[in-house]
Design a protein around this ligand. Structure first.
Ligand code: WTA
Length: 671
């Protein structure tokens, strides 16, 4: 099906049609037809006769590739005139320039025209068996009511609305309502503390908040001078104290019309901000824009997971993370799919929850995090065997490396050895999946624990320590992406300089991911972990500096250093070294409790220390820099690999730390 609207630059359009007619019928053999059946746009790409060739084409002729896909898969109000206008070396990224569209129309209206009663959302509520299904027709109505309400209450195009809600249809309708009226949304993970929420509201200069009644909402926005109004939806029956600023959301929505005129947005207008951790103490609000983000989320959702019309897509990530944005909301809805919003946890009411849900909802693609897989593996196979998982076709993993044992269990026990497991590598910054085993030929090998193959339009490169591109295989390096793609974040809200310095400056002309990777003999990629001071706890990103900032606020603490260490369930645990102030007399257990409270109050529970070691001093260089490399080796028990200690100010500090760590291990077995 070809959707209305959409027209690339003159040159691209000409090439595209010439290729369709010039080569499709003459040059392609049977395999060519398969490629076109696999991706209809391929008919216009010349002699692209197999899937690997399609990937090569998407990289070598990325303008032609993305123009065709954007025309085919998005509904435009007016066509773009330039496919891309990018210069990575300057941090300038623009796609589909001149085009106008509305993201909510792409996710809703066009499907309401063709299949209004198709289920868009399945809200898998905390209590198993109480799911709520929302059709495209009713999701559009809900979205329009919220859009009208926001407009009536003064929210304008270009404003930023903060959404602080667990996964639920109203959260999705709120995101889409923002998109409908041209406001940006800023979803804050509902597990973040009041202070973390406040920081994100302030940084985003958000004056409107949408939240739910339950929890400690009252205290959550008190010290945010930018906040003008708070829409409160009732998730439970429990009454909460409403202030003059608060608006009862459902009540007000009922007064609104179910038709809401969509704003005509430029491709490069802001769609949303999403805060994530970097290597400083301050989280950064990554900015994603309209057309490129949506297209990339949609294409990856369809091709990485082999999603087909009628399938039920089950991404269990929270909508507060990028995975929830791209694969619970935008990707599946742009494709007219049915998507699950999971409100619960993998072990509630018991460790069979996921698989009971798979059976009940007949989920076809299941997308989860390695930390949950590792946890469930420990509970044993019986929780999986109890349920019928024959609906499953693809299993996905995201957020952190998946170890071989967890991968094998996922593949053989959960998927009965039938379903491809796709270990998907990507980031908040990349907008969607960049490296994954699929798409590829249907029987192409999948190596456990490897993300393996770049997606369409993605050209990964590895850099050596000199900053040069490594051309050979069977090697490791800093993972960069050599050319822009539509899904990438465009900037950091209010801080383009930080964007430039973090992603563009380290390797000029390349996008630097912050991750290291190994490229195998066969050319497959495997992510080896972060190269900066960001750690990954249960699949959640957190900067060690953010935790240190909180720990250092404790009046008893002189200084601290936070390190990630291998943790068999969480992937990484938080290990804190603390130096107390000289005169302080405090029980270590009391202080540990205090530090835990502070981190959970100021950041979130998931960032709390797993292990706290009190030390006399930290290993430092003569210029006063903490040598984290040494601390990391100590907590990983790699004492032979401590490396060059000659620049240390006081080598005895290391011996003391090794001893302290040893004592702690024997006392509390932190791993
Ligand atoms: C890590 C989550 C290994 C990586 C979508 C990245 C992974 C960071 C994988 C982004 C994977 C994500 N294998 N590591 N398959 N997927 N990561 O922004 O370090 O929350 O840089 O996005 O998670 O985390 P973020």
């Amino acid at each position: 099906m070809r959707l209305p609207g959409g027209c690339a630059s003159k040159c691209v359009v000409e090439t595209f049609s010439r290729r369709i007619f010039g080569s499709y019928f003459h040059v392609w053999g049977r395999r060519g037809c398969n490629t076109a059946a696999f991706m209809p746009e391929a008919a216009g790409f010349g002699a692209v006769s197999h899937r690997a060739a399609l990937q090569e084409f998407s990289v070598s002729s990325s303008g032609t590739f993305w123009a065709a896909v954007a025309q085919q898969r998005l509904s435009w109000i007016s066509p773009f005139h330039t496919v891309q206008d990018c210069d990575l070396s300057r941090g300038k990224i623009q796609w589909f320039v001149g085009g106008k569209l509305n993201v909510s129309v792409n996710c809703l209206d066009r499907h309401v025209h063709t299949c209004p009663e198709r289920v868009a959302l399945i809200w898998e509520r905390d209590e198993p068996g109480s799911e709520v299904k929302v059709t495209y027709r009713s999701l559009l109505e809900m979205t329009c009511r919220v859009g009208n309400l926001l407009r009536r209450r003064g929210v304008k195009r270009g404003d930023c609305v903060t959404i602080y809600m667990p996964p639920c249809p109203l959260a999705v309708a709120s995101m889409l309502a923002c998109a409908r009226i041209g406001a940006a949304h800023n979803v804050v993970f509902a597990g973040f503390s009041a202070e973390a929420l406040a920081e994100r509201i302030r940084d985003a200069q958000s004056s409107t908040i949408i939240t739910v009644n339950q929890g400690v909402r009252g205290g959550k926005v008190t010290d945010c001078p930018t906040v003008r109004q708070v829409f409160v939806a009732m998730r439970t029956e429990n009454p909460v104290v409403m202030t003059a600023r608060d608006v009862a959301m459902e009540e007000e929505m009922l007064k609104e019309d179910v038709v809401c005129e969509p704003a005509a947005m430029d491709s490069e207008d802001v769609l949303f901000l999403l805060y994530t951790s970097g290597s400083t103490g301050k989280p950064k609000g990554l900015v994603h824009t309209q057309a490129g983000y949506l297209l990339y989320a949609a294409l990856t959702q369809r091709y990485v997971f082999n999603y087909h019309d009628g399938d039920v897509f089950g991404c269990v990530a929270d909508i507060g993370w990028i995975t929830g944005h791209s694969y619970s909301v935008y990707g599946p809805l742009a494709n007219g799919g049915t998507t699950v919003l999971f409100e619960s946890t993998p072990i509630y009411p018991d460790p069979g929850r996921y698989w009971e849900m798979v059976q009940r909802l007949k989920i076809n693609q299941f997308y989860g995090a390695p930390t949950a897989i590792r946890l469930l593996l420990k509970y044993g196979d019986q929780w999986v065997h109890k349920y019928d998982r024959s609906s499953l076709k693809t299993l996905g993993s995201v957020g952190e490396p998946i170890n071989t044992e967890a991968w094998e269990w996922y593949h053989s026990v959960v998927g009965d050895g039938r379903c491809p497991v796709v270990d998907t590598w990507w980031q908040t910054e990349t907008g969607g999946i960049c490296i994954a085993p699929r798409p590829s030929d249907p029987d192409a090998e999948i190596v456990p624990g490897m993300a393996m193959r770049p997606f369409f339009g993605i050209k990964p490169v590895l850099m050596d320590t000199e900053g040069e591109v490594v051309t050979f295989n069977n090697t490791t390096g800093a993972l960069c992406i050599a050319q822009p793609w539509p899904g990438m974040a465009r900037t950091i809200h209010n801080d383009h300089q930080r964007y430039f310095e973090t992603y563009c400056q380290p390797y000029p002309g390349y996008f630097f991911t912050g991750d290291g990777a190994y490229r195998s003999k066969e050319g497959y990629y495997q992510i080896t972990g972060r190269l900066d001071d960001v750690i990954n706890v249960s699949g959640h990103r957190i900067g060690t500096a953010e935790i240190e900032d909180v720990v250092n606020q404790c009046s008893a603490v002189a200084e601290s250093a936070v390190i990630g260490y291998s943790h068999d369930i969480k992937g990484q645990g938080v290990y804190v070294f603390v130096v107390l102030k000289k005169s302080v007399e405090i029980q270590e257990a009391d202080l540990s409790r205090q530090l835990n409270d502070m981190v959970s109050k100021k950041i979130a529970k998931y960032a709390c220390p797993d292990c706290i070691q009190f030390v006399q001093r930290l290993p430092k260089t003569r210029s006063g820099k903490i040598m984290r490399r040494v601390l990391r080796k100590v907590v990983e028990c790699e004492l032979n690999g401590l490396g060059d200690l000659s620049t240390l100010d006081d080598p005895a500090a290391v011996q003391e730390i090794i001893q302290g760590h040893h004592d702690l291990l024997s006392k509390q077995q932190p791993r």
